[in-house]
Design a protein around this ligand. Structure first.
Ligand code: SAM
Length: 338
């Protein structure tokens, strides 16, 4: 598939390619959801064997397998199909190094994105699906593990971006799986962190932190970040707020930053990791994420660096630097005067 050029340079081939491009992605998510990669796990199998394992129609199964091979997710050899190495290693549900939790989120997002016309008209987000407490717990676990898979890819860059010093105590607001703080603690033997998230995240954070050998230095506190004052005793040397601001509208986001500033020690830093909108004429790839927020939240959005900079200016904090983390996200470092 052609990679997209900058918007003003798109030609008709790009547009037609964009129109087609949801198909391979839909096929991959549906195949994963249907257990096709799991059925193939362990070695090459014929379409009939795979259909028998899954109790599927043989002809339809063959066509799906051909499609998956066409996309490059399977290797076809004669009459057999095998998972490519990365699928076998990371996207089989029984894998020790499973990275497919994000597929579950994306699979659910497919249905939500079909509802864009309705949501644009009403301005109301899609109500959260009704779930039993067990289903809610299971869903939260998938969400947090998906965040972990994503965050692992950025943890080295994040470590290099933050002005950390060994011995600091860092507050991580909306820590999710606490991937960043766990990784930072592994790299700095005297760093410690208070990690704040919904109470449902506690067992995951504790489990990950203990497995990483840094459980003693990661203290999880559960609560609602829109209500907590984060006053847990001492002031923090630094505060990380990663991929959280977009959940909220401007007023809630500003109120969160104000509360953070109040528990920050003089001279301390706040690091905001966010998907940021580009300049006026080129909102950039993060702008597509705003749709996700429109579908799922009442006020959530994607903000520009200038907007976030303005919020910190109002708090009297100084803007130190911006470091790009990937195509969509950046880290912004701001400092409280000493
Ligand atoms: C997109 S995730 C980011 C996780 C992590 N900071 C990262 O960058 O990998 C947003 C996190 O905010 C948490 N969160 C959202 N609303 C919250 C609330 N009202 N109170 C506490 N945590 C909340 C979610 O549970 C989730 O872990």
């Amino acid at each position: 598939m052609r990679s997209l050029k900058k918007k003003e340079l798109l030609d008709i081939d790009d547009i037609l390619s964009l129109s087609w491009s949801w198909r391979p992605s839909m096929l991959m998510l549906q195949a994963h959801n249907a257990g096709i990669f799991d059925a193939i796990a362990g070695g090459p199998k014929s379409a009939d064997e795979i259909a028998a394992i899954l109790n599927f129609d043989p002809r339809s199964t063959l066509l799906v397998l051909l499609g998956l091979s066409g996309v490059g997710l399977l290797e076809k050899s004669g009459q057999t199909f095998n998972n490519i190495e990365v699928i076998e290693k990371h996207f089989i549900k029984s894998s020790d190094d499973y990275k497919g939790n994000i597929f579950e989120l994306d699979h659910r997002a497919l249905a939500n994105w079909m509802r864009i016309p309705e949501i644009v008209e009403s301005g109301e987000p899609i109500p959260k699906p009704e779930r039993t407490p067990d289903e809610t717990k299971a869903w939260h676990e998938i969400f947090i593990k998906a965040m972990d898979d994503i965050a692992h890819r950025f943890s080295k860059r994040m470590f290099e971006a933050l002005p950390l010093k060994d011995g600091m105590e860092i507050l991580d607001i909306g820590c999710g799986p606490a991937t960043y703080m766990i990784e930072f603690c592994k790299r700095m033997k005297n760093l410690s962190s208070v990690c704040f998230d919904k109470p449902q995240s506690e067992h995951i954070v504790n489990d990950f932190a203990h497995k990483a050998g840094v459980g003693e230095r990661i203290k999880f506190i559960g609560g609602d970040l829109t209500k907590s004052q984060f006053s847990f005793g001492s002031l923090f040397d630094g505060i990380l707020i990663s991929q959280v601001l977009h959940i909220f509208g401007e007023e809630e986001a500003k109120s969160l930053l104000k509360k953070a500033e109040m528990v920050l020690a003089p001279g301390g830093f706040i690091a905001i990791h966010e998907m940021t909108l580009g300049p006026d004429k080129d909102p950039g790839p993060a702008a597509v994420f705003a749709i996700q927020m429109m579908l799922g939240t009442k006020q959530g959005s994607v903000y520009s660096k200038d907007t976030i900079k303005g919020w910190f200016k109002d708090l009297g904090m100084s803007w130190e630097k911006v470091i790009r983390i990937d195509q969509r996200s950046e880290v912004m470092i701001v400092r409280k005067s000493a």
